[in-house]
Design a protein around this ligand. Structure first.
Ligand SMILES: Cc1cc2nc3c(=O)[nH]c(=O)nc-3n(C[C@H](O)[C@H](O)[C@H](O)COP(=O)(O)OP(=O)(O)OC[C@H]3O[C@@H](n4cnc5c(N)ncnc54)[C@H](O)[C@@H]3O)c2cc1C
Length: 264
């Protein structure tokens, strides 16, 4: 890891490369054929899933396949195992990393709704500093993060409540595999109540305080109210895959479903 950080510090234009499933298409589209890359592939020290001091720690180089298959993740944050099982195809999941998914910061990234609902933090490293930042703040816009060029994402940490995070991740795509989420929602329950975070519904994945307040205080959640709250707090686009209204309907329905499943 220190060698990779040295390389990034020495060359202000170098980019970290994990599995390249996001980065390589970006480089190709922008014709950045002379981009200098720091290949992280051999960094086995960042490929781990651990439970320590009440926290789930997932190294940036852990693959979607290993997270989806992890007994620890299935026990403590099953929604994340499910989200990782939904990414791309078996080939993509075997290579692609959680670090790449988080750092690419796509509004449609499948791990982000669960991580943000679970109040996960990103741990970053440069030659001099190690910093911990709430993931919701780490992601600053569409495919942008606050990570400085000379730094790496080292790990994701998630505080696990007594009994683990309950709840699930719901995503709708145009078909079952190899498809970007049209709308995705994580509805989780921890020691401080229900959390709901939304993907593909605006420039960044985000929690909605008004929805969480409603779900935590109502006797029985109503779809119509969730639809109004979605309309007021989310800003999805209309594009070739779905209209804005359809995405709002799906997000409200998924939230309702998540609430009902938590109540069962
Ligand atoms: C066919 C196909 C299907 C896909 N389907 C899905 C899908 O269903 N859901 C989904 O969410 N994504 C999907 N993706 C996108 C992609 O596979 C994931 O986002 C994946 O997790 C990216 O990981 P990677 O290791 O390939 O990252 P890379 O492409 O290597 O890197 C992505 C970005 O993160 C940076 N980066 C990587 N690791 C670090 C680190 N440790 N520290 C700092 N910066 C870092 C890179 O510089 C780059 O900017 C798909 C991609 C393809 C090609």
């Amino acid at each position: 890891m220190s060698q990779a950080l040295d390389c990034l510090a020495a060359d202000g234009e170098a980019l970290p490369l994990a599995a390249g499933t996001d980065l390589v298409p970006v480089l190709r589209d922008r014709a950045m054929d002379r981009a200098r890359l720091v290949d992280l592939h051999g960094l086995k020290e960042l490929d781990y899933i651990r439970f320590e001091d009440g926290m789930l720690r997932i190294g940036a180089m852990a693959t979607h396949q290993s997270i989806a298959a992890s007994d620890k993740v299935k026990e403590m944050l099953p929604a994340l195992a499910h989200a990782c099982s939904q990414v791309g195809s078996a080939q993509i999941r075997r290579r692609a990393t959680i670090g790449g998914n988080v750092c690419h910061a796509s509004p449609a990234a499948d791990t982000l709704p669960v991580l943000i609902a679970a109040e996960a933090c990103a741990v970053t490293r440069s030659k001099e500093f190690r910093k911990t930042v709430l993931l919701e703040q780490f992601i600053t816009g569409v495919k942008t993060t606050s990570l400085p060029q000379d730094s790496l994402l080292e790990e994701i940490i998630i505080l696990i409540p007594e009994g683990g995070w309950k709840g699930n991740y719901y995503r709708l795509g145009g078909r079952n595999a190899l498809t970007i989420a049209i709308s995705s929602v994580a509805v989780l329950k921890g020691s401080r109540g229900i959390r709901a975070a939304y993907g593909s519904m605006g420039p960044t994945v985000k929690r909605i305080g008004a929805v969480e307040e409603y779900l935590n205080s109502c006797r029985e959640a109503k779809r119509s109210i969730l639809r109004v709250l979605a309309e007021q707090n989310l800003s999805p686009i209309s594009d070739i895959r779905a209209t804005r209204e359809y995405r709002l309907d799906v997000a409200a329905n998924f939230t309702w479903l998540g609430y009902r499943e938590l109540a069962e």
